[in-house]
Design a binder for this molecule. Sequence first.
Ligand code: HEC
Length: 195
Amino acid sequence: MRRLKKSLLLLSLISLTSFTFAQDSVINERTKILQNGKDLGFITVLTPIDVVKKQANKATIKIKGYRLENYPQMIVRDLKRKELYAEFKDEESSNKYFKTIKKHEDDYGEIWHEVEGVFTIDTKNIAKNPDKLKLKAKKTYEQSCSMCHHLPASNAYTVNQWPQQIESMMEQVTLEPKTKNLIIKYLQQHAADAK
Ligand code: HEC
């Protein structure tokens, strides 16, 4: 009986994930990772997620990414493109929530873990309309970055170069943290090596 239950559960999990795989959901703003009221870190805006289970208030989501063996707190898109997906306050939480699928070595001999993690967030932090959010990101970029010079082409820099470019711009421009985060993610997702 237990066995049957287990395999049924497994089956429904599989069908759920395969169903949600195509969903292409994203996080709609920087979202705290909370566990029993404890603030463990955050997930960035525009991070792609799989929705495993969605209820009115809480949703179970899955994130796939990479982290450095020596600095597991940061989860990024992959070992070449360091678009930040999630950041934990300590190693322990990162290790608890993300499990390693495979290890990779980069050109500098650094060891990376390909990881996936499942946790609960507020349902309101999943973008209801990802296309609308992406359009908003594009518009925010166009409006904020074309006042003093031509709008730089998003593919003028790589995923890893953009955050530095934005930082150096901060001497000239003041942006709300929320706006800045949205622009960084937009540019990284449209950078020269984004695809
Ligand atoms: C208040 C005016 C102002 C705004 C707004 C502004 N910039 Fe600039 N930007 C400058 C100036 C001045 C330079 C040239 C001098 C420099 O590099 O600091 C520049 C240069 C640049 C460069 C070229 C740097 C290089 O090394 O060639 C990039 C890329 C850039 N800006 C991106 C942005 C982005 C992205 C935004 C939106 C977040 C933005 N800028 C908003 C004033 C601005």
